[in-house]
Write a protein that binds this ligand. Structure first.
Ligand code: ARG
Length: 480
């Protein structure tokens, strides 16, 4: 292929000769995105290097031009990293800022945008950015799961009431409660991993909407940028129109992140309750709580409260993204620029919530005294009494009724249910025998709950060991 002459640096990033004048300052400010999309700089540079490599291969760039372009991009990357790069609002976005800076230094960089549009460029940058972000978040999520396993594992013997309707229901090991969240976060990790697989397709080569008439090697670019399948084959977007306007991958991440944020919020709520004087099940260390400016005695679980509160904005971001896309005609529309702040805010918020929650859990101690005081409520074992009668051949509905009568008797006589005599038990239901009183022993009660998934001692010990093994595999790895 013939090499066109490179223009003078002055013409470098003007979009065309069509415009007689530039936008007013107010318009420039309104439409700029560089104040937030500068964060895509390393992805933008990586994409340009891959594109330049491919352009050389197909003869658009000489070897030397490619070398100069790559060296110039690497220089710019170092300057940005060192905080020495001047971002210009009048150059609108990260793509034009980098290209303009490059072209001033390396005139042949005017060829870099061959067969590329900012539409496929930004689609590429966002996919690259999100791929890295998901990997980083997945690693932090593993650390959070580990913190929960450790917290439960530090006190494998502690029992607390499990609650439904926030009313005491049945006794569970504290570790079982912690492991419930480990399961939720495991599903979150799975959703993030799924999203990462689906977004791993290279859109470059889609151009503005309709690809290019030049013989691009899309497979090479995809391979260079790691858009490959398990067998190392390049993965390419299959429709140029879809590729430049698709933001599903951002919505998918936003949805997975929103659910993760909701799980964090629920965990926060449990921690807030547990840290209250009313529960007293845990103590969060000073470094992760704050005092009150007025009340000297206060120690507030602000990290947990903020995590609960911040779930609101993550959910809001998801809704914003969905509404942003609704009703957009094909293909690229400038509206899509609005995706970035929502994406960045969700990613930053969720990642800091995950990290701080993990750190807070590492600095949280279980208080066995208050846990034991709450767990010894014998009413927590009312269901076990009904099961006892079922074992004696009674239909469950009748058993439920009989135990209900026993609870009523305890209430009426003002005694705990386990203080009712055998005779009183038998007066309500003759099938109660002497061994019924042994049912109120909490340790033995916990030993009885050993179905798979149940909160019994052996089960929970197994689950703890299992999770420890799975999570030891290291960050970002699948635990199955
Ligand atoms: N800053 C733009 C965005 O975030 C980049 C793509 C601009 N494309 C365009 N045709 N104006 O969407």
């Amino acid at each position: 292929m013939k090499h066109p002459r490179t223009p003078k640096p002055s013409a470098v990033v003007s979009r065309s000769g069509r415009f007689a004048e530039g936008p007013s300052q107010e318009v420039a400010r309104f439409s700029q995105s560089v104040s937030f999309d500068w964060r895509l700089w390393s992805q933008d540079i990586a994409g340009s290097i891959a594109h330049a490599t491919m352009l050389e291969k197909i003869g658009v760039l000489t070897r030397r031009e490619r070398r100069d372009i790559v060296a110039g991009l690497e220089d710019i990357g170092r300057e940005i990293q060192a905080g020495r790069f001047t971002w210009r609002e009048d150059l609108e976005d990260v793509h034009m800022n980098i290209e303009a800076a490059l072209t001033t230094r390396v005139p042949s960089a005017a060829k870099l945008h061959t067969a590329r549009s900012r539409n496929d460029q930004v689609a590429l940058d966002m996919r690259l950015w999100l791929r890295d972000e998901i990997a980083a978040l997945a690693a932090e999520l593993r650390a959070l799961q580990r913190a929960l396993v450790n917290l439960g594992g530090r006190h494998p013997e502690v029992v607390i009431p499990g609650y439904t309707h926030l009313q005491r229901a049945q006794p569970v090991f504290f570790a079982h409660h912690c492991l419930a969240y480990v399961e939720m976060f495991e599903r979150d990790a799975g959703r993030l991993a799924d999203a990462a697989v689906r977004l791993n397709e290279c859109p470059l080569g889609s151009g503005a909407i309709a690809g290019s008439t030049l013989p691009l090697d899309r497979g090479l670019v995809a391979s260079l940028l790691g858009f490959t399948d398990a067998k190392g084959r390049p993965r390419l977007t299959r429709n140029s129109m879809d590729a430049v306007s698709d933001r599903d991958f951002i919505v998918e991440f936003g949805a997975a992140a929103a659910l993760l944020a909701i799980h964090l919020s629920r965990l926060s709520e449990d921690l807030i309750l547990w840290a209250s004087s009313e529960f007293g099940f845990i103590r969060i260390s000073d470094a992760y709580t704050t005092g009150s400016s007025l009340m000297p005695q206060k120690k507030n679980p602000d990290i947990a409260e903020l995590t609960r509160g911040k779930s609101g904005r993550v959910v809001g971001n998801l809704v914003s993204l969905l509404v942003l896309l609704k009703g957009l005609p094909m293909t690229y529309n400038r509206d899509l620029q609005e995706d970035k702040e929502r994406l960045f805010d969700t990613a930053d918020t969720v990642r800091s919530c995950v990290r701080l929650t993990a750190a807070m859990l590492d600095h949280t101690t279980v208080q066995p005294g208050p846990c034991a005081a709450a767990a010894k409520d014998p009413l927590l074992l009312a269901t076990d009494l009904a099961d006892y009668l079922v074992r004696k051949g009674m239909p469950f509905r009748q058993a439920h009724h009989a135990v209900g009568a026993l609870v009523a008797l305890a209430e009426k006589t003002g005694r705990p249910i386990d203080r009712l005599t055998l005779a009183e038990h038998q007066a309500i239901e003759p099938r109660f025998e002497a061994d019924v009183l042994g049912l109120y022993d909490l340790t033995r009660a916990m030993d009885r709950k050993n179905l798979p998934g149940a909160p019994g001692g052996r089960q929970v010990a197994r689950q703890l060991a299992d999770w420890k093994r799975r999570l030891a595999a290291g960050p970002g790895t699948s635990t199955r």
